[in-house]
Design a binder for this molecule. Structure first.
Ligand SMILES: NC(=O)C1=CN([C@@H]2O[C@H](COP(=O)(O)OP(=O)(O)OC[C@H]3O[C@@H](n4cnc5c(N)ncnc54)[C@H](O)[C@@H]3O)[C@@H](O)[C@H]2O)[C@@H](O)CC1
Ligand SMILES: [K+]
Length: 478
């Protein structure tokens, strides 16, 4: 499991460790990890040129000490101090190692002047191989001051390695309300933070590299399943299993207008994780479902229902009939408008940002800007697990616990992919997983299958379903 802790949790763990370590030891651990990650990024030390952007706090301190280590390894290191209060001991260490401090351009006096006016004041900017963002870390308020914004504009196009977090993002929420760094690599310490997982901030991190500094941390409110976690959650048939003990998943989705939604939902449900799939949707789609999945049977008792896209009237009726069965429910697409009817049942809701906006009566842009807040709000309000689809899908439980999906590919943004996901999560519910595990594991598998399928080029939704057996095979063998 990958864990993302809050700033408050990190601070407490850090205080605990600081009390037991010699002064400066923790920062040296962070700086060493950062320096090695930068070296790795550069490929080689000799002939390379690195610019440190240094703020007033310990984040800048990490950058300066890492800069000193890099300078000792032969990298040409220059520091641009964005604050008069930059850590003096760090500056001394950098100088002692052969690094230099740039005379900072006088941006503070004319913060609104265009970056081009200052560009000539940073010597040979084009020859920097990497900019290290040590402006702010977990102590920063969201947004950047004009000096930092201008510095970044002047250095545009040069790869950026962020120290701990890309400066300017909101560390605990993953929001990006103001200007912020967009990094190619983020080197973080002790544990991940929310901004490394939750979009839009996660998009600004680039690749994320975690350096262990020995923090002793409590449970994290935000986490991300890894392959081994999903493997451990997957249902496996008992030696004496029969199809009913493995769980039966029922699908109520699709319509005469959208028979494909029925076929795709069933293709997710028929991933092999449940013992049987029943189709009880619009009869107009039945022939196509049967043609694609001859193993599918008609209405009857199930251990979980998937209620997805259909005509409006059909969706309400499908939710009502499914709720009456008192089994776990997955509610998607048109049926989300009737999510209220499922209160008191074990329920997973799978909206995209627009659908969640309608559920909460807010603007779609608000949901996209504050995914964590809105997924948690809906989970609490509907007393359901809410799976908010996105590049990094957010799965929230009513008590606020969150899992973020980091598998997937932009190719997954394709019509019908959500239908496959709904069926897959429904199969996991029928097999007995609780809604939070079913939703987060299903989302992980869906993303992994899409990534696998997209290795051969662009994909459509049915390719995702077709790739599921290979992904599942690689996990059940472990
Ligand atoms: N907490 C930990 O466990 C560890 C922290 N370390 C480093 O220490 C960092 C935290 O250091 P600090 O607490 O000193 O905080 P930061 O270095 O993140 O920044 C705080 C300073 O920046 C100023 N500031 C706040 N918002 C700003 C903004 N938007 N623009 C410009 N300046 C702003 C504040 O006045 C304050 O002086 C971590 O991110 C990490 O890099 C590491 O050295 C190792 C361990
Ligand atoms: K930073």
């Amino acid at each position: 499991m990958l864990h993302a802790h809050t700033v408050e949790q990190v601070r407490a763990a850090e205080a605990d460790l600081l009390a037991r370590l010699p002064e400066g030891a923790l920062m040296q651990r962070a700086a060493a990890g950062l320096a090695y990650a930068v070296l790795d990024f550069l490929g080689t030390a000799y002939g390379r040129r690195v610019l440190l952007l240094v703020g007033s706090g310990d984040n800048g301190g990490d950058a300066l000490y890492a800069g000193a280590l890099l300078a000792r390894r032969g990298v040409q290191v220059e520091a641009w101090l964005l604050s008069d209060a930059a850590r003096a001991a760090g500056v001394d260490a950098l100088r002692a190692a052969g690094g230099t401090v740039l005379a900072s351009p006088p941006i503070g006096q004319r913060p609104h002047a265009p970056a081009s006016e200052f560009r000539g004041l940073v010597p040979n900017r084009a020859t920097f191989d990497v900019v290290v963002d040590g402006i702010v870390g977990i102590g920063g308020r969201p947004g950047l001051r004009p000096e930092a914004t201008k510095a970044l504009e002047m250095l545009a196009g040069i790869p950026v390695v962020a120290v701990d977090t890309p400066s300017g993002v909101d560390v605990d929420t993953g929001e990006t309300d103001g200007p912020h760094v967009v990094a190619d690599l983020t080197v973080t310490f002790g544990t991940h933070k929310t901004c490394h997982l939750v979009d839009p901030a996660a998009r600004a991190c680039g690749a994320v590299h975690l350096v262990d500094i020995g923090l002793d941390l409590p449970d994290a409110p935000v986490e991300a399943l890894q392959a081994a976690d999903v493997a451990a959650l997957l249902p496996r048939p008992a030696a004496d299993a029969h199809k009913y003990t493995r769980g039966v998943v029922g699908v109520r989705a699709g319509s005469a207008t959208y028979p494909g939604a029925a076929v795709l939902s069933v293709s997710g449900a028929a991933c092999g994780l449940a013992g049987m799939v029943r189709y009880d949707g619009d009869p107009a789609a039945l022939d196509q479902v049967r043609a694609a999945h001859p193993e599918v049977v008609g209405p009857g008792r199930v251990q979980a229902w998937v209620v997805g896209s259909g005509s409006d009237a059909g969706a309400e009726d499908a939710v009502r009939r499914s709720v009456a069965d008192d089994v776990p429910l997955l509610i998607d697409a048109d049926a989300l408008a009737f999510a209220d009817l499922a209160r008191g049942r074990a329920t997973v809701l799978t909206p995209h940002a627009g659908e969640l906006a309608r559920l909460l009566d807010v603007e779609r842009a608000q949901v996209e800007a504050r995914m964590l807040e809105h997924a948690r709000l809906a989970a609490r309000r509907y007393d359901a697990v809410v799976l908010l689809k996105g590049r990094h899908t957010v799965v929230a439980r009513p008590d606020g616990q969150v899992r973020v999906t980091t598998t997937g590919t932009p190719w997954l943004a394709t019509a019908g992919a959500g239908d496959v996901l709904g069926g897959l999560v429904g199969a996991l519910l029928a097999a007995g997983l609780d809604p939070f595990d079913a939703a987060s594991a299903g989302s992980w598998l869906h993303g992994a299958a899409a990534t696998l399928a997209a290795q051969d080029g662009p994909i459509v939704a049915s390719d995702v379903a077709a790739a599921l057996p290979v992904v599942l095979g690689s996990l059940v063998g472990t």
